[in-house]
Each structure stands twice: as structure tokens, then as C-alpha cells.
Ligand binder design. Structure first.
Ligand code: KG4
Ligand code: ZN
Length: 336
């Protein structure tokens, strides 16, 4: 079984070839063409520019995969259909539907968030159900209970900004560039996390929801009052607040739902402090719970994770019609 997977939901054009061997996934190829240098000029992703760049990049990437013209080495085509930026999503959907129709291959629609969750199946061992997943990206911050493949129950989500968005906005406040997460986490290495006591909004609330916009505002006020503070200290203290909130809420969910595994996924799962703090805290408090994180290369947007999610859809014969498939920018996890 070899799947061609396509991901264009935001600002990375990605194509992957995924196969399965000895119950493990093999990423034969995972090509990612990043648009970050272009969007940096605007301080964030410009949807129309992103779509145009996807349209320019997708065919050259496809040629690089060296698939025969009749698609004979491919068993199925998978594509992200949402959530995301609709002009961007449409480029991937147009490419996937055309190929599936021309090659007469099954077509699988994958939810982008589901793709991130399945990036954890690219770790050394497959997760055991039930799983609690902390999904943290530029657009989403969610705690999800996954009882089996394809069964998702939302436990909580952000009420305003996503965790990645908070990293991006704080980096902008500090004039550090885009995307903020990698830049802030690098600067934080040389800062003191106890330098500034930033607030931890909703850390102790009774639900599993999050809120990051107040934290971002606290950083803005702090900068106004202390313009000469070291950016490294601000980054380390801000990162510590985000990690503290995310880890505390995840632990609370583990305590209540007693899962077999905890998954950490989405672009913010690239954050080393978050990866390590969650690992340490879990092994101290719940040593029996397995912990899964994607290999670093599959933390931010990539098509390999889309191919993995598609594999489980294929097992259930969850195909879609290439003539009617459309992108859905607001696709929710439960609607697939
Ligand atoms: O999953 P992703 O690639 O795209 C979305 O689906 O949103 O996530 C991108 C987000 C950005 O907000 C970026 O700043 C954040 O992930 N990110 C990080 C790190 N690397 C990427 N946040 C914190 N620390 C990092 N090392
Ligand atoms: Zn993503």
C-alpha cells in the first residue's frame, strides 16, 4: 500500500509518499516547500499569496516524486480538505481530485487536525487507545479524547488565541519576525524563565479550555513599562507561562480520563520545553501512561502525517468522490 498525500492548508506546500511495512509507516518521501520567507515580509500569512505560491510549487514537487504518468506505483491519493485557508486548500484539493480521477485511484479526504494527531503514529511505537491528545498549532489549541481510530471527543479548546498564535504575536511585539515559535524558543534558551511572573489565564479553571490572549496582552503591557528588559528573559518567561498552562491542563485531563497514552501534536509540539516538561511531568505523576510525540520533522505542517491518517480511513473504505470533493475551511474533527 503506497499513498500519495498532499497538504496545502496554510503556507507549506507538502507532498509525501507513505507506505507500510511490518505494521510501521515508512515515509518514502516528504517534500515541504516553505513560503515563510515571503510571508515574513508581511508579518503573517497572506492567503492569496499563499495560494498562488502553492499553485506554482505543487507541480514541480509532484515531478520530484517520480511517479509514473499512469500512477501505477500509487494505491490511493490523500488530501487535506480543511480546516485552513480556503484559497490554499483549493490548490491541494484540485491537484488530488485530478490525479485520483485520471489514475482511477481511491481518494481520501483528511482533516488537517487529524493529520497532526496521526503524526504521533510516526513515532517509534504506535499509540495505544484511549489517548488524550494535546493539539497545539497556529490556529488550534485543543484537548481531545481519542477512543479509537476516527473517534474524537473534544474536552476543551482555546476561547481566543491559539498557543502558536500567542507565540507569533509575542514575537511580533518584540520585533523578532515570523513564525514566532521557533524564534522565541531559541531566544528563551538564553533567558531566565523566572525573570517575569506572567499570568497563567485559566490554568486553574474547572474545565479543559484555554485562553492565551490575556497573556499576550500582559507581555505587551510589560514591554511598555519595561522597554529595556532583556528580550531573552521575556521570551523565557512567556514560554514558561504557556508550557505551564498546557501541561497543567493536560495532566488534569489525564487524571480524569485515565488514558493509556498521551499525544502531543501540532506545530507547537516542536517546542523543546513543552516536549520535555510534559514528558517529565507525566512520568512523575502517571508513569504507566505512554507518551507520544512526532519526530521533529513532522511537528509542523507536512503531508506525511496526512498519508498516515489516510491509511486508517482506507482501512474503513472511507473514500470520497473526486467530482464532488470541496475544501472546507471550517471542517471539524467530528464531521469526517
Ligand atoms: O501546525 P503548524 O505548522 O500550522 C498550523 O496548522 O497552524 O503550526 C504552526 C505554529 C506557528 O504558530 C508557530 O509559531 C508554532 O507552530 N511553532 C512553535 C515552534 N515551532 C513552530 N511554537 C513554539 N515553539 C516552537 N519551537
Ligand atoms: Zn498545522
Amino acid at each position: 500500500m503506497r499513498i500519495l498525500a498532499i497538504e496545502t492548508s496554510c503556507d507549506d506546500t507538502s507532498l509525501a509518499l507513505i507506505s507500510r511495512k511490518d505494521k510501521m509507516f515508512v515515509v518514502e518521501k516528504n517534500l515541504v516547500s516553505s513560503q515563510v520567507d515571503t510571508h515574513t515580509l508581511y508579518g503573517g500569512v497572506v492567503p492569496e499569496v499563499a495560494a498562488r505560491m502553492h499553485a506554482e510549487q505543487i507541480a514541480p514537487l509532484l515531478y520530484t516524486l517520480e511517479i509514473p504518468q499512469d500512477g501505477s506505483t500509487i494505491d490511493a491519493v490523500a488530501v487535506t480538505t480543511g480546516p485552513g485557508l480556503v484559497p490554499s486548500l483549493r490548490v491541494g484539493v484540485a491537484c488530488a481530485t485530478t490525479l485520483a480521477k485520471a489514475w482511477q485511484k481511491p481518494l481520501v479526504a483528511v482533516n488537517h487536525l487529524e493529520g497532526h494527531l496521526y503524526s504521533c503514529w510516526l513515532s517509534e511505537k504506535s499509540p495505544v487507545f484511549p489517548c488524550i491528545a494535546l493539539l497545539v498549532s497556529g490556529g488550534h489549541t485543543e484537548l481531545i479524547l481519542m477512543k479509537d481510530h476516527g473517534f474524537y471527543e473534544y474536552l476543551g479548546r482555546t476561547r481566543d488565541d491559539a498557543a502558536g498564535e500567542a507565540f507569533d504575536k509575542v514575537a511580533k511585539l518584540l520585533g523578532l519576525g515570523y513564525p514566532g515559535g521557533p524564534i522565541i524558543s531559541k531566544k528563551a534558551l538564553n533567558g531566565r524563565k523566572d525573570a517575569i511572573a506572567f499570568p497563567r489565564p485559566m490554568k486553574d479553571s474547572v474545565d479543559f479550555d484555554f485562553s492565551f490572549s490575556g497573556l499576550k496582552t500582559a507581555v505587551a503591557y510589560h514591554l511598555k513599562d519595561h522597554p529595556d528588559d532583556r528580550p531573552e528573559d521575556i521570551c523565557a518567561s512567556f514560554q514558561d507561562a504557556v508550557v505551564d498552562i498546557l501541561v497543567s491542563k493536560t495532566l488534569k485531563a489525564v487524571e480524569k480520563y485515565q488514558p493509556a497514552s498521551v499525544l502531543l501534536a501540532g506545530g507547537v509540539s516542536a517546542n523543546n520545553s513543552l516536549r520535555e516538561t510534559l514528558k517529565q511531568t507525566l512520568s512523575n505523576c502517571f508513569p504507566q501512561v505512554h507518551y507520544h510525540i512526532p519526530p521533529f520533522a513532522y511537528t509542523t505542517d507536512n503531508a506525511a502525517m496526512v498519508g498516515v491518517a489516510a491509511f486508517f480511513h482506507l482501512q474503513k473504505n472511507n473514500f470520497v468522490d473526486p467530482l464532488t470533493l470541496v475544501a472546507d475551511p471550517n471542517l471539524s474533527l467530528s464531521s469526517l
